[in-house]
Ligand binder design. Structure first.
Ligand code: AMP
Length: 325
């Protein structure tokens, strides 16, 4: 049954410098939590947990407000906002990190106060696993559904913390290359199975333009990608995809194979808009009409059973792009 309960999400809130073959720009709104909330807020109320510095532009905070993203747990500290400088070349599958500065995130403490929040679901967006654990530890209890994303850096440098985190997860999102690295195997399915043994009952492996595969208990499902003529900037595509899945999980309050399939379709559609635009622009400018048209297109290209598409046709957009206001 659909609910209007909000979804808590944490991770980085960043000022990015992005270099792609299509352009270069600095102080772009980024970070795993920002990308996630900008996407999910199209369909569900979200609550962002993180920290920014005094250099964080008011316009970005205003954008969160306009999108109905609850910022009561978005702390502001004296200093500079987390920043990331990434470069994409060639097929733009993986960014080269030129620089990352934790800045105010270095001393991040979840700004929850008392009583501690007791959400029934949380998404732990990509950031060092110790910070993800810290947010969980500051909640009243581990929520019934805990989902997370991670990246190669933490698999290589923070394995013990990541292992502790995995034990507390219900759902883990990760890229194909990250899954193979984490599970130390060359096969996607056996990687997902080994990761299930580390904790999460559900593992979703993202394969970029080639779609995604979910393993939930014994149930395996795949969804195809949406083919695009041109990719401009994949920054945030993973968070946007996760937002699609988690929006449906939030609405249905459970993880089932059907919920996962519809969620992965939504994540794929939203992700396709993300990579077509620079930074978070795809999710900011997305209109309900553009979404409906692409959903129709995707359904016809993929011949996916309509029962997985129909729920997405019925969810009203909670947002409108700036030009429609
Ligand atoms: P992705 O979905 O992987 O493309 O995520 C993109 C966002 O991740 C960018 O906007 C960055 O600000 C953020 N990011 C990059 N490196 C890190 C890191 N080490 N920890 C947390 N966030 C990061």
């Amino acid at each position: 049954m659909a609910t209007e309960k909000s979804l808590m999400a944490t991770g980085s809130v960043a000022l990015d410098t992005l270099e792609t073959p299509f352009g270069e720009s600095g102080d772009v709104l980024g970070g795993s939590a920002s990308h996630f909330c900008l996407a999910a807020s199209h369909f569900i109320p979200t609550q962002i947990v993180g920290v920014v510095g005094t250099d964080f532009p008011d316009a970005y905070r205003d954008l969160f407000d306009e999108r109905g993203i609850d910022t009561q747990y978005l702390d502001q500290k004296e200093g500079k906002t987390f920043s990331w400088h990434g470069r994409y070349t060639g097929p733009m599958e993986e960014a080269e990190t030129l620089e990352v500065q934790m800045n105010v995130h270095e001393d991040f403490e979840p700004p929850f106060g008392s009583p501690a929040p007791d959400p029934d679901m949380i998404f732990l967006g990509n950031i060092a696993p110790d910070f993800q654990i810290d947010v969980l530890d500051h909640l009243e209890d581990d929520p019934p559904i805990v989902a997370a994303d991670t990246m190669r850096l933490w698999i290589e440098t923070e394995r013990p913390s990541l292992t502790s985190l995995l034990e507390r997860l219900d759902l883990l999102f990760l890229n194909y290359e990250e899954a193979l690295l984490l599970a130390d195997t060359d096969n996607t399915l056996s990687a997902a199975r080994r990761i299930q043994d580390m904790g999460p009952e559900t593992v979703i492996v993202k394969k970029g333009e080639h779609g995604a595969i979910s393993v939930h208990g014994d149930e395996i499902q795949t969804v195809p990608g949406f083919p695009l003529e041109q990719e401009r900037d994949p920054t945030g595509a993973g968070d946007t995809f996760a937002a699609g899945v988690m929006s449906i999980v939030r609405r249905e309050s459970e993880i089932t194979p059907d919920v996962l399939r519809t969620g992965m379709i939504l994540g794929t559609i939203w992700g396709s808009f993300n990579v077509e635009h620079f930074g978070p622009e795809g999710m900011i400018s997305l209109s309900s009409d553009q979404f409906s048209e692409r959903l129709k297109n995707y359904a016809s290209i993929s011949s996916i059973n309509r029962k997985f598409i129909e729920p997405l046709e019925q969810i009203p957009f909670r947002t409108s792009p700036p030009q429609d206001k």
